[in-house]
Design a binder for this molecule. Structure first.
Ligand code: URP
Ligand code: ZN
Ligand code: ZN
Length: 479
C-alpha cells in the first residue's frame, strides 16, 4: 500500500513545516516538500490542511464488564469512533477480577479486541496480589508487550487496590521497567460517604459528586505519589480532575520525582452543574468517576496542561446507554460509572485549547499524541511524523466546523457529554497503518483491521530513575 499525502503542513510536537508525506506498507518513508513520486495507490489532498500524528488515547474501556453490566461500545464500535475523531491508537485496560489469573484475563481481552479497527494496546490492572500475580507481571512485560500496570484506589469490595497491593505492585513494576498508574480516589472515604448519603435519602445522581469530593481524590493522589516516591518508582496518574491532585503532582515534580498526569477532555470542559438537572437520565449520563467538578478545577487542569504539570489527555471512554444507567434509578451507587468521548477528544482539545489560545498546534500534538507515546514507550514509532515512524496520521481541517452531538456520533449510546458544542477544526482523513481508515464521514475499515501494539519496558525516563535509585542505595555503617 503506497499512500501520498500531498500539499499539507506537517505539525509535530516540536515543528511545523510544509511537506508531503509518503507512506509505504504502514510506515512513513519520505517527508519533504514537493515529493516527485508516481508510484502511489492513493493520494490524500492536504492543501490548506494540517498533517499531524494520529491521536493516542491512553485511557479507554471498550466492552468493559463493570458494575453488573458491560460497556456498550465494544472494540469494533469504540475504535470506529476513535478513527472518526482522528485517534489511531487506544490503550485500553485488562481488568482481572480479584483472584482471576492475570494471563487468563489478558487473553480474554485480547480475544475481545480482535474486532478492533484501530491500533490498540493494554494496561493491565492489579486488583489482587499473590505470588502468581508477581510472576504474571513479568510474563506480561517480557512476552506480551505490556509496560504499564493500573491500580484502582477506589471501587471498594470490587477491584480496589489497598496500600499493601500498591507497595507490592509498584515495587514489581520497578523491577520490570514498567510504569505503575493509578485511579486516585480514596475508596474507603467514597464508600463511607455513599452510605451516609443513601441513609439521608439522597439517592439520585446529584449524590455522586458529593460522595467523591476533591479531597477524596487529592488524598489518594498524594498517597500514591508518596508511595511511588518512597520506592523510587515513576508513576502516572490517570484522569486527574481537581486542583488538589494537580498541586500534589506539581509538588512532587518540583522535588524532582518522576510523575506524569493525564486529564480527560470531559473534565476540561464539563462542570458539575450537570448533576443538578431535573432530567434523571441526563444527570445519570454524566455519572463517572472522578465526577465532573466545579469550574475552578477546569482552570487548574488547563493551567497544568499548559505548564507541563499534566502531559496527556484521554477520555476514559466507557460508554453506558440510558437503560444501563437506569440500573441505579433507586440508588446512585448502582449507576454504572462511565462516559464516552473517544471520538470528540481531539476536536474538543482543538476548539477549547488551540482556538482559545491556550495551546499551540505543536502543544496540541504533544498532549494528544506525542507525550503518551513517550510515557508508554512507543515514541518515535508513534506520536510523530518522521521517516521510519508508523503511518498513523490525521489530516486536520482547521477551517471546517461541526456541532458535536449524539445524533451524529459513532458511539452506540444515546447521549453525548459534549452535546451542542460547536467546534472549528475537525479531522478530514484518518490514516491508520498507512491506509485511509476514515475520510469525510466515511469509515473505511472493518472490524479486525486494528493491530495490537507491543510496548517494551524501560521507557526513556527509566534511565534517570534507576541512576538516582542507585545513587540513593542505603549504606550500612562499617563499625
Ligand atoms: O467512571 C469511570 N471512570 N469508569 C471507568 C472505570 C474507571 O474508573 O476508569
Ligand atoms: Zn478510573
Ligand atoms: Zn478508566
Amino acid at each position: 500500500m503506497k499512500l501520498l499525502i500531498q500539499g499539507g503542513t506537517v505539525v509535530t510536537h516540536e515543528q511545523t513545516f510544509v511537506a508531503d508525506v509518503y507512506c509505504v506498507d504502514g510506515k512513513i518513508v519520505e517527508v519533504g516538500p514537493d515529493l516527485k513520486i508516481s508510484d502511489v495507490d492513493d493520494v490524500v489532498d492536504a492543501n490548506g490542511k494540517l498533517v499531524m500524528p494520529g491521536g493516542i488515547d491512553p485511557h479507554t474501556h471498550m466492552q468493559l464488564p463493570f458494575m453488573g453490566t458491560v460497556a456498550a461500545d465494544d472494540f469494533a464500535s469504540g475504535t470506529g469512533a476513535a478513527l472518526a475523531g482522528g485517534t489511531t491508537t487506544i490503550i485500553d485496560f485488562v481488568i482481572p477480577n480479584p483472584q482471576q489469573p492475570l494471563l487468563e484475563a489478558y487473553h480474554q481481552w485480547r480475544d475481545w479486541a480482535q474486532k478492533a479497527q484501530c491500533n490498540y494496546s493494554f494496561h493491565v490492572a492489579i486488583t489482587w496480589w499473590d505470588d502468581s500475580v508477581h510472576a504474571d507481571m513479568k510474563t506480561l512485560v517480557e512476552q506480551h508487550g505490556v509496560n504499564s500496570f493500573k491500580h484502582f484506589m477506589a471501587y471498594k469490595n470490587a477491584i480496589m487496590a489497598t496500600d499493601d497491593i500498591l507497595v507490592a505492585s509498584f515495587s514489581r513494576c520497578l523491577e520490570l521497567g514498567a510504569i505503575p498508574t493509578v485511579h486516585a480516589e480514596n475508596g474507603e472515604l467514597v464508600f463511607h460517604l455513599q452510605q451516609q448519603l443513601m441513609e439521608k435519602g439522597i439517592t439520585g445522581p446529584e449524590a455522586h459528586p458529593l460522595s467523591r469530593p476533591p479531597k477524596v481524590e487529592g488524598e489518594a493522589a498524594s498517597r500514591a505519589i508518596n508511595i511511588a516516591g518512597t520506592l523510587g518508582a515513576p508513576i502516572y496518574l490517570v484522569h486527574v480532575s481537581v486542583e488538589d491532585s494537580v498541586e500534589a503532582i506539581k509538588y512532587a515534580k518540583n522535588k524532582g520525582q518522576i510523575v506524569f498526569g493525564e486529564c480527560l477532555a470531559g473534565h476540561l470542559v464539563v462542570d458539575d452543574s450537570v448533576y443538578q438537572s431535573q432530567d434523571w437520565n441526563l444527570a445519570a449520563a454524566h455519572v463517572m468517576s472522578p465526577p465532573f467538578r466545579p469550574k475552578k478545577h477546569q482552570e487548574a487542569l488547563w493551567n497544568a496542561l499548559q505548564s507541563g504539570v499534566l502531559q496527556t489527555t484521554a477520555t476514559d471512554h466507557c460508554a453506558f446507554c440510558t437503560a444501563q444507567k437506569a440500573m441505579g434509578k433507586e440508588d446512585f451507587t448502582k449507576i454504572p460509572n462511565g462516559t464516552a468521548g473517544v471520538e470528540e477528544r481531539m476536536m474538543v482539545l482543538w476548539e477549547k485549547g488551540v482556538n482559545q489560545g491556550r495551546l499551540t498546534a505543536n502543544e496540541f500534538v504533544a498532549i494528544t499524541s506525542a507525550n503518551s507515546a513517550k510515557i508508554f514507550n512507543l515514541f518515535p514509532q508513534k506520536g510523530t511524523i518522521a521517516v521510519g515512524s508508523d503511518a498513523d496520521i490525521v489530516v486536520w481541517d482547521p477551517s471546517k466546523t461541526k456541532t458535536l452531538s449524539s445524533e451524529t456520533q459513532y458511539s452506540k449510546i444515546e447521549h453525548n457529554i459534549f452535546e451542542g458544542m460547536a467546534v472549528s477544526g475537525v479531522p478530514d482523513t484518518t490514516i491508520c497503518a498507512g491506509k485511509i481508515a476514515w475520510q469525510q464521514g466515511e469509515l473505511k475499515t472493518a472490524p479486525g483491521d486494528g493491530q495490537y501494539v507491543n510496548r517494551p519496558p524501560y521507557a526513556s525516563y527509566y534511565q534517570s530513575q534507576l541512576k538516582r535509585n542507585q545513587l540513593a542505595e542505603p549504606q550500612a555503617v562499617e563499625r
